[in-house]
Design a protein around this ligand. Structure first.
Ligand code: JFZ
Length: 444
């Protein structure tokens, strides 16, 4: 019986996954993965015509806005204050190395010039400009890498049929459609995105889960074939280095280049819909997180995290061997709310001082829940103390041979003892930092 289930599972995965089975990443791709892991920190941008309503990017679904009503939104999307250079400057000052921006979200509206649909920022808004093009140019000038978020799920397109689990109460959705045409449409758009905007460092897919059976508790089988084999191959053929990630919350699918986590650190599943620990793969990790509680602009969301919380989250992500993709939802005028701009500037200031303990590091050997995390780069181990605790520290299970210990950025040595794999030293009261007390252990 068990074997039978396994055979069925394998058949299903073959039928529905159709991964890029023979995918061998190119040299360029492996280099890009290394760059990605070293970068550690990027900006996520959720921006679309939904921003006008100030109620998040799911507003069409959450308020059940009919197709023909929603189609009025583009006619008043006019972000006259948008300044791509200003966004990129902000990103640089925050110490971020890349941007991932929504090229098309679940509402199906393209924030770029496309020849395969009229439902685009260029054809339907008074603004008329291709904001992705403007951003791509600004990024290129400043050496910031660019990723495009691309939704597989579409609440607007007739050919997104069969319908998924979401958007079922949106009035005006067609009752028939041609799935293969929808796949062809996505391929055409991805070709545009990977042809007209110079070097694109990655594509960030989302929406896979819309086509999974759901019994209110658990996801079941997938109902469609996403043709990942063809889509992933197309991307890698156009730009071999391009890093493919998919927010499907399952183990990596062949053809992908990084594994992403949503509102959760790798190995944790506090949201309940996150990736199972058993599905952690070998690819570079990225976790995405909001500054308040929303991805798209939400006028009433006051749940802003403090810069201390955000910095500590970045440290935790790095200690989990993961990047942090931190989100902002720009306003319909093209500005990013001041509170978020300020928090990013604070993070940048911190990274300006302590960046060596984050950039280019991998997970370190000492991890104690929320209070002590560590990162490592070569012979340097950075132990991050995130909470104030008694002056004497003792860390069990420390196996490496030590050359010296000091506070980050200082030559002054800290006295320590290392016996039976227990590392002991003292952090004096005046050395405690409210955000992060970093002790550098240099190995022999
Ligand atoms: C997705 C998007 O729906 C959301 O708008 C945002 O872009 C975020 C980064 O990614 O969020 C999800 C992902 C998975 C589920 C729901 C929302 N899910 O499994 O039900």
């Amino acid at each position: 019986m068990k074997q039978f289930a396994l055979v069925i599972a394998v058949m299903m995965s073959l039928q529905f996954m159709n991964a890029q089975e023979n995918y061998v990443p190119t040299e360029e791709n492996l280099d890009a993965r290394k760059w990605f892991q070293d970068a550690r920190f990027g900006l996520f941008i959720h921006w679309g015509v939904y921003s006008i309503l100030g109620d998040g990017e799911w507003v069409m679904n959450n308020q059940n806005i009919a197709i023909d009503e929603y189609e009025k939104l583009p006619s008043f999307f006019n972000p006259t204050e948008f300044d791509a250079d200003e966004w990129v400057r902000m990103v640089k000052e925050a110490g971020m190395k890349y941007i991932t921006i929504t090229s098309r979200h679940h509402d199906g509206f393209s924030m770029f010039d496309s020849n395969v649909t009229d439902y685009t920022i260029v054809k339907k808004t008074p603004y008329k400009k291709d904001v992705l093009k403007l951003l791509a140019e600004a990024c290129k000038k400043e050496g910031i890498k660019l990723f495009f978020y691309y939704s597989l799920l579409d609440w607007h397109d007739d050919n997104y049929f069969p319908r998924g689990r979401t958007g079922t109460k949106i009035p005006g959705r067609s009752t028939s459609g041609d799935w293969e045409k929808y796949i062809a449409f996505m391929k055409a758009q991805l070709t545009e995105l990977l042809t007209n905007y110079g070097e694109i460092t990655g594509i960030w897919f989302d929406g896979h889960w819309d086509q999974k059976e759901w019994d209110g508790k658990r996801f079941g089988a997938l109902r469609v074939d996403w043709h990942y084999d063809e889509i992933y191959k197309l991307i890698h053929d156009l730009q071999p280095h391009c890093l493919i990630g998919n927010n499907h919350h399952i183990a990596p699918v062949k053809g992908e280049d990084f594994q992403m986590f949503e509102r959760d650190l790798p190995g944790q599943n506090t949201t309940g819909f996150g990736t199972d620990v058993s599905d952690l793969g070998q690819l570079p990790f990225e976790t995405c997180k909001t500054i308040n509680g929303s991805w798209g602009f939400n006028l009433k969301d006051r749940n802003h995290k403090t810069s201390r919380e955000l910095i500590q989250y970045l440290i935790k992500a790095s200690s989990h061997n993961s990047n942090l993709l931190l989100n902002v939802g720009p306003m319909p005028n093209g500005k990013i709310q001041e509170k978020h701009v300020n928090s990013l500037a604070e993070m940048g200031k911190w990274l300006g001082k302590y960046g060596a303990s984050i950039y280019g590091t991998r997970s370190g050997p000492v991890q104690r829940g929320d209070s002590i995390r560590s990162t490592q780069k070569g012979k340097e181990i950075y132990i991050h103390f995130l909470k104030k605790q008694g002056g004497d520290v003792s860390l069990k299970g420390f196996k490496a041979k030590i050359k010296k210990i000091s506070f980050f950025g200082s030559d002054e040595r800290i006295k320590y003892s290392l016996k039976k794999e227990i590392l002991r030293f003292e952090i004096p009261e005046n050395k405690y930092d409210e955000i992060d007390t970093i002790v550098t252990v240099t190995l022999r």
